[in-house]
Design a binder for this molecule. Structure first.
Ligand code: UD1
Ligand code: UDP
Length: 367
C-alpha cells in the first residue's frame, strides 16, 4: 500500500508527524506532499527539523492568497502529482484549505481518502474551516474521529458507521512523544526569564478574530485586564497574520503582554506546560492545554473541541468582557480532568485501520 500524506500548515505538520513516524516504523510506503500554504521558517521548516521528519517529496509552494486562488493552485498542483505518483490512499488532517484541495483532488481521481481528525464541528459556517471539514468528511472513505462526540456528529450527517474509526487525536501522540524530548533541549523559560506557573501563555490567529479590529482589540483588552488582576506577564508568540493585523489596525500592546516570534514545537510545549493558564483561539492549543493539564480560556464564541469544556479543562470566553471572568474561574481549577483525546496511539490505530481494514478503536486498546 502506498500513502500520500498531504499537509501544508503548522498544525498539520505537527499532527501528521506521528503518522509519518509510524509509517517509517512499520515500513509502509508513503510520501509527503507539502502544499506550501505555510512557508515562513518558524511556521514550517522548524517543525521538520525539530520533529526529524523527512523532506517533502513534493512542495507546491503555493504561499498565501485569497481562499479561491490559494485552493485552486493547490487543487491543480495536487491533481498533477496524484496522477503521476498515484497512491492507494491520500491522508489529510484537519480543516485547512490544504485539506479541502487534497480531498477534492483525490476524490475526482477516485483515490481513497483518510481524514485524520474527522467529525469536528463548530456549527459556525462563518468559519472557513467548518466548510473545509464538512467537505472533507463527506468525500472521505476512512474517517478517523478523535472522540465519540465526533463519531456522533458524523452519524447525524448520514455518514456510514463502517467508515468511522475512533482513534483518539494524533496531537496526544505528538505531545507525549515530544514533551520528553523537549526537556533535554533549550530551556525556553530560562531564555525568556520566566518562572513556572508565574506567567500566562497566549496565541491568537483565527481569521474571524485577528482580521476584526474590534475582536483583536477585545483580546488585547482582555490581556490588559488579566495583567491588572494577576500581575503575571502574558507571553504571546504571535502568528504572522496577527502581527500583520496588529500593525494594520495600529493597536498598542497592553502593559504585561510580551509579543514574541512563533516558537518551535519543543519550546512551545515547554511554554504551555509551564503556564499558569493558556488563552487561545487555536484548535490544537485547546487540545494540548487539556492534555498537559493546564487550564484554558478560549478566545472564541464557540469551539469544535467541546470535549475540553465537558471535562472542565476549558471555558469559552469570546473576545470581550468575559475573558477576565473566565480566567478568574479557570485559574482556580485543580486540573484533575480526564484527557478525552486518547492514549497517544492514534497514529498506530489510523494506520492499522487503513492497512488491515480491521476496526480497532482506542477505547479497546491498552494505554
Ligand atoms: C491557516 C488555516 C487555519 C489554521 C492555521 C494554522 C485555512 C483557511 N486556514 O490559517 O485553519 O488554523 O492555518 O496556523 O486554511 N503567513 C506568513 N507566513 C506563513 C504563513 C502565513 O507570513 O508561513 C501570513 C501571511 O500574511 C498570510 C497569513 O499569514 O496571508 C494567513 O495565512 P493562511 O495560510 O492564509 O491562513 P492562516 O491564518 O495561517
Ligand atoms: N504551536 C507552536 N508554536 C507556536 C504556537 C503554536 O509550535 O508558537 C503549535 C501548537 O503546539 C499546536 C499547533 O501549533 O500543536 C497549533 O497550530 P495553530 O494554532 O497554528 O493552528 P490550529 O490548531 O488552530 O489549526
Amino acid at each position: 500500500m502506498k500513502i500520500a500524506i498531504i499537509l501544508g500548515t503548522r498544525p498539520e505538520i505537527i499532527k501528521m508527524s506521528p503518522i509519518i513516524r509510524e509509517c517509517e516504523k512499520q515500513g509502509i510506503e508513503y510520501y509527503i506532499l507539502h502544499t506550501g500554504q505555510h512557508y515562513s521558517y518558524e511556521m514550517d521548516k522548524i517543525f521538520f527539523e525539530q520533529l526529524k521528519l523527512p523532506q517533502a517529496k513534493y512542495n507546491l509552494d503555493v504561499g498565501s492568497g485569497p481562499h479561491g486562488k490559494q485552493t485552486a493552485k493547490m487543487l491543480s498542483g495536487i491533481e498533477e502529482i496524484l496522477m503521476k505518483d498515484r497512491p492507494d490512499v491520500v491522508f489529510v488532517q484537519g480543516d485547512t484549505n490544504t485539506v479541502l484541495a487534497g480531498t477534492l483532488a483525490a476524490s475526482k481521481l477516485q483515490i481513497k481518502i483518510g481524514h485524520v481528525e474527522a467529525g469536528l464541528r463548530s456549527f459556525d459556517r462563518a468559519m472557513p474551516e467548518e466548510t473545509n471539514r464538512i467537505i472533507a468528511d463527506h468525500t472521505s472513505d476512512y474517517l478517523f474521529a478523535p472522540t465519540e462526540t465526533s463519531r456522533k456528529y458524523l452519524l447525524n450527517e448520514g455518514i456510514s458507521h463502517d467508515k468511522i474509526f475512533v482513534t483518539g487525536n494524533t496531537i496526544v501522540d505528538a505531545a507525549y512523544q515530544n514533551l520528553e524530548i523537549s526537556k533535554d533541549g533549550e530551556d525556553i523559560l530560562k531564555e525568556l526569564g520566566l518562572t513556572e506557573k508565574e506567567y500566562f501563555a497566549a496565541t491568537a490567529h483565527r481569521a474571524e478574530n485577528v482580521d476584526s479590529r474590534e475582536r483583536l482589540g477585545g483580546i488585547l483588552n482582555g490581556f490588559s485586564q488579566i495583567y491588572k488582576e494577576f500581575g503575571l506577564p502574558i507571553i504571546f508568540p504571535a502568528h504572522p497574520r496577527t502581527v500583520k493585523m496588529i500593525g494594520e489596525f495600529g493597536l498598542k500592546l497592553p502593559e504585561g503582554t510580551r509579543l514574541i516570534e512563533p516558537l518551535g514545537y519543543l519550546e512551545f510545549l515547554q511554554l504551555e506546560s509551564g503556564a499558569r493558564l493558556i488563552l487561545t483561539d487555536s484548535g490544537g492549543v485547546q487540545e494540548e492545554a487539556c492534555i498537559l493539564r493546564v487550564p484554558c480560556v478560549t478566545l472564541r464564541d464557540n469551539t469544535e473541541r467541546p470535549e475540553t469544556v465537558d471535562v472542565g479543562a476549558n471555558l469559552i470566553a469570546g473576545c470581550g468582557e468575559k475573558i477576565i471572568d473566565c480566567a478568574i474561574k479557570m485559574i482556580e481549577s485543580d486540573c484533575e480532568w480526564e484527557n478525552p483525546y486518547g492514549n497517544g496511539n492514534a497514529a498506530e490505530l489510523t494506520l492499522r485501520n487503513t492497512v488491515t481494514g480491521h476496526s480497532i478503536e482506542f477505547s479497546k486498546m491498552e494505554s
